[in-house]
Design a protein around this ligand. Structure first.
Ligand code: GLC
Ligand code: CA
Length: 513
């Protein structure tokens, strides 16, 4: 287990939207290098970078054309190495995005495979043997390449699935078992890509659609086996490299597949969803909504079992948002967001902050789709730095996604100088986390008070007790806490004389004796 994860707080950077240094309207690696101090000042000591590889950008870079080459619009491989070096000098780790399940249909592997069954890479992708064969349970592209047969895609039509084999073989004429030499070669190709970037100085990977490798693998048994093999490689040759999975099933991802961390994504009725984005009949019923319609027990039931079962093996990664998810500003307002972030950064595991969330950037509704973003484009708008042109993102007259043009749009500049800002809460809480081991990834976690449809929620992290009341009403509960010190408060709240009293939309962190 990489030791640095114990106190890691990640910042997700969507490179094309962070900072443009050459005026082409698209963020670049030099821009990230120039903003490393900003990341450090936030208290983040690790970065996850969305794909930076050469790509036709049909899916924002998740359609990789060349895994070993930085997309020219972001810079060069040398710039990536400089980024690793500069980040390391400042104590910041860099995780790249690994897209193991599919490539772009412009990748040279695919260009070869689609020609004919005689191509040396014919088995790198999944083709049926005849263009007339397309069993309806699979997503195929049909009749568009010289080779006779249809090929399976993983996500968009431009993303053919790489061949790691099938666990449950239903069509033996074209489905290969996972131990077929062609499938094993795909795994070797993946390891080779990982080694390439680790050798250049990357600190690990966020793994895209990590559960998608082997097909017809309901229980993910064969997929997990591949990842365990990769984890063995890391343990042996790169013991400080970290892997975080886009899986959202901590038992499978951590216990079975050997990931160090697994994202708790926003999936309907999971732990993350119940805290924030859960919506029923058009009404938001997340726990943090001040309407008081959320139920903390839904979160507890969704979160605690997975936490208990994976404790000691790896970490659940809660996030404020990511590039696929509407920002919280789409559901709740500023005070609620402060409370939500204060909780995310005081839960166990390794938290992730999405760029711009620290200043309360808006989810841009109904803007045109850019690079396969569709409704996700609204969470991918350019970072807002200051009051200058394009809010400091770019000197271009036409940033590749329009910058928030609304009046009073938050910027780093205006939020930093506002004592009442989300930025202040985020940086305060992250600082407290770094200062106190109990609040970090491995610190004990225990629910102290959570009742159906009731506020507040109280939990313990080692010597600290944290209470939060997102509702608009004051609430109190009889709990005798041996308070030695009040560490942090948002709005009115106190723990004294055997009672915890929480004002409307409040947060309290105390240290016990
Ligand atoms: C993951 C990525 C998403 C991408 C998809 C296909 O879900 O987060 O952005 O479109 O995989 O690679
Ligand atoms: Ca640029």
């Amino acid at each position: 287990m990489p030791q640095w994860l114990k106190d890691a707080v990640f910042y997700e950077i969507y490179p094309q939207s962070f900072y443009d240094t050459n005026g082409d309207g698209i963020g670049d690696l030099q821009g990230i290098i120039e903003k490393l101090d900003y990341v450090k000042d936030l208290g983040c000591n690790a970065i996850w970078l969305n794909p930076i590889y050469d790509s036709p950008f049909m899916d924002a870079g998740y359609d990789v054309r060349d895994y070993k080459k930085v997309a020219p619009r972001y810079g060069t491989n040398e710039d990536a190495v400089r980024l690793f070096e500069q980040a390391h000098k400042k104590g910041i780790k860099i995780l790249l995005d690994l897209v193991p399940g599919h490539t772009s249909d412009t990748h040279q592997w695919f260009s070869q495979a689609k020609q004919s069954t005689d191509s040396p890479l014919a088995g790198r992708y999944i083709f049926t043997n005849s263009v007339w064969e397309a069993p309806p349970q699979y997503k195929f592209m049909c009749g568009i390449c010289p080779r006779d047969g249809n090929y399976l895609v993983n996500f968009f039509s431009s993303q053919p699935a790489l061949n790691y084999g099938f666990y449950d073989i239903t069509h033996p004429d074209w489905q290969m078992p996972c131990d077929h030499p062609d499938c094993l070669a795909t795994v070797e190709a993946l390891k080779d890509i990982m080694r390439f970037w680790l050798d250049l100085g990357a600190d690990g990977f966020r793994v895209d659609m990590a559960d998608s490798l082997v097909k017809n693998d309901e229980e993910k048994i064969a997929t997990a086996k591949i990842w365990r093999g990769i984890r063995e490689m890391l343990d042996k040759d790169y013991p400080q490299a970290a892997l975080v999975s886009e899986w959202s099933n901590p038992e499978r991802a951590i216990n079975n597949a050997g990931f160090h961390m697994d994202f708790c994504l926003d999936h309907c009725k999971n732990a993350n969803n119940y805290l924030f984005r859960y919506t029923e009949d058009g009404e938001n019923k997340g726990f943090f909504n001040k309407n008081g319609k959320g139920n903390i027990m839904d979160f507890v039931r969704a979160y605690v079992p997975g936490y208990e079962k994976t404790k000691g093996n790896g970490y659940i990664s809660m996030f404020t948002c990511n590039h696929d998810t509407p920002r919280l500003t789409n559901y709740i307002e500023k005070e609620a967001i402060k409370l939500g972030y204060a909780v995310i950064f005081t839960l166990p595991g390794v938290p992730f902050l999405y760029y711009g969330d620290e200043i309360g950037m808006k989810y841009a509704k109904n803007i045109p789709s850019v690079e396969g973003g569709f409704n996700r484009t609204g969470s991918r708008t350019p970072m807002q730095w200051n009051s200058g042109k394009n809010l400091g993102f770019s000197s271009s007259d036409k940033p590749y996604i329009p910058v928030d043009s609304s009046e009073g749009a938050p910027t780093v500049e205006n939020q930093k100088s506002d004592p009442d800002s989300i930025y202040k809460v985020v940086t305060d809480i992250i600082r407290l986390r770094h200062e106190n081991e109990d609040l970090q990834a491995d610190g004990d976690f225990e629910v102290v008070y959570a009742e159906e449809n009731t506020f507040p929620f109280i939990y313990r992290r080692g010597a600290f007790v944290i209470a939060v009341n997102p509702s608009a009403k004051e609430v109190s509960v009889d709990i005798d806490l041996p308070v030695s010190e009040t560490i942090y408060k948002i709005n009115d709240s106190k723990a004294e004389d055997g009672r915890v009293t929480m004002g409307a939309q409040s947060f309290l962190m105390i240290k016990t004796k």
